[in-house]
Design a binder for this molecule. Structure first.
Ligand code: GAR
Length: 196
């Protein structure tokens, strides 16, 4: 059994899809949700789905090894970021080198970097009259949104779209692809050309 955890800061609709996907398919277990946000919707989803949630603060995350210790204690193999908004600190990146996967709601390298998350991304896409947007699933390194791209999918954006309607299109792409790509990566079914 491959053991994964999900880090999420907000609603957690992707986390829910991932948990449901692996409950049905088996082979991968979501052992824990971790969040920095005591108000996050993902906490209620975790409760409903029977997945324990750990809430941590910035000091614990950035200045201690507690998170790494918990992940090791839980024998976690892979870390999934699903709407997680803090930069992952060096100690976690080192402990889980090439084992942390993020989803970004745009076609990186466009609309990435600090401050580019959720509706900020979609508003910028609409403001710039982009003809398309999409999702990027990528490995996480010590910079925001710069790790190796694993998968991208796009959708059309037209002049009637608002940040909200783009967000809906992006969420549909995320639900369709993220669990499947996680499944492939953690089971080594994709050749990512990554050094161990
Ligand atoms: C998702 O669209 C995800 O791509 C985005 O936050 C949303 C979370 O939705 N992530 C980022 O913007 C990271 N930079 P959810 O909480 O409903 O899964």
């Amino acid at each position: 059994m491959v053991r994964i955890v999900i880090f999420a800061s907000g609603s957690g609709s992707n986390a829910e899809r991932i948990i449901e996907y692996f409950e049905k398919k088996g082979g991968v277990e979501v052992v824990m949700i971790l969040t920095n946000n005591p108000q996050a919707g993902v906490i209620e989803r975790g409760r409903r789905l029977g997945v324990p949630t750990l809430i941590f603060d910035r000091k614990t995350f950035t200045q201690t090894d507690k998170i790494v210790e918990i992940l090791r204690y839980q024998a976690v193999d892979w870390v999934i970021l699903a709407g997680f908004l803090w930069l992952v600190p060096q100690n976690i990146i080192r402990a889980y080198h090439n084992r942390i996967i993020n989803i970004h709601p745009a076609l990186l390298p466009k609309y990435g970097g600090k401050g580019m998350w959720g509706h900020h991304v979609h508003q910028a896409v609409v403001d710039n009259r982009e003809k398309e947007s999409g999702i990027t699933i990528h490995m996480v390194d010590e910079k925001y949104d710069e790790g190796k791209v694993i998968f991208q999918a796009s959708c059309a954006v037209d002049e009637n779209d608002t940040a909200e309607t783009v967000a809906q299109k992006i969420h549909l792409l995320e639900y369709e692809h993220f669990p499947v790509i996680i499944d492939k990566v953690v089971n080594w079914e994709l050749d990512l050309g990554l050094a161990e």
